[in-house]
Design a protein around this ligand. Structure first.
Ligand SMILES: CC(C)(COP(=O)(O)OP(=O)(O)OC[C@H]1O[C@@H](n2cnc3c(N)ncnc32)[C@H](O)[C@@H]1OP(=O)(O)O)[C@@H](O)C(=O)NCCC(=O)NCCS
Length: 200
């Protein structure tokens, strides 16, 4: 049998029902489908990717490419597919896209309590650079602002090359969701992703 691989491609409007399922399972204040539709159809600064295993969308993420900065607006992996390096592969694709579009650095906001996401971002070279007090409206939690070193600089390029090599050497994500592998984590609020707030 051929091992299933994760295919990463640009998000389309046809993907939105699947994206919405993951969104609702992942975030306490999900974006409505209309917000994604608007991003895809009208925001020329935005780039959104989805990850598929077979026919199923298992992850998505997006960035806004503003001047020389790539701002991660949303990022999630289906709860039943977490801890399979899908988040890593998708984040690497977003960073590759940022480099291709000549972004100098990448940045995002993450809930202070979201340790899983913080660990992932740290692994990929994001470092805490500040706080946005009471950024999240549901519980007034602070957002941690995380930013990479220059994407074109040697430390970041070497980090990404090392991580890419490790991903290439690891087995591809499994097709069959395993409920026992990772209990669904509590829904999170994403970084700076409220379309009404815009990117701070
Ligand atoms: C954060 C998230 C995207 C991670 O996706 P994932 O596919 O499960 O992550 P990966 O398997 O690629 O893990 C990569 C790294 O992330 C970190 N990580 C992921 N899940 C973690 C967890 N539950 N606890 C601690 N670290 C975790 C680890 O550093 C891991 O590397 P390691 O295995 O070498 O330790 C996923 O948990 C998710 O969708 N969460 C809900 C939505 C969300 O919080 N989005 C981010 C908003 S800022």
């Amino acid at each position: 049998m051929i091992s299933p691989v994760l295919l990463i491609r640009p998000m389309t409007v046809a993907d939105l029902p699947s994206v919405q399922l993951i969104e609702r399972a992942s975030f306490t204040t999900p974006w409505p489908p209309q917000a994604y539709r608007q991003e895809l159809e009208s925001n020329r600064l935005a780039a959104y990717l989805v990850g598929l295993i077979g026919e199923e969308i298992v992850a998505y993420g997006g960035i806004w490419l503003m001047v020389d900065e790539a701002h991660v607006t949303t990022f999630a992996v289906h709860p039943r597919y977490r801890r399979r390096r899908i988040g890593e592969r998708l984040l690497l694709s977003l960073l590759d896209l940022s480099v291709d579009r000549h972004a100098r650095e990448a940045t995002l906001e993450v809930r202070l309590s979201n340790l899983a996401a913080r660990r992932l971002y740290e692994k990929y070279g994001f470092r805490p650079v500040g706080l946005r007090p009471r950024y999240y409206s549901d519980n007034q939690e602070d957002a941690l602002i995380m930013t990479t070193e220059p994407l074109a600089g040697a430390p970041m390029r070497e980090r990404l090359a090392r991580l890419r090599e490790a991903l290439d050497a690891s087995p591809p994500p499994s097709a069959a969701p395993d409920d026992t592998l990772t209990p669904a984590e509590p829904a999170q609020q994403a970084p700076g992703r409220d379309p009404n707030e815009g990117v701070a």
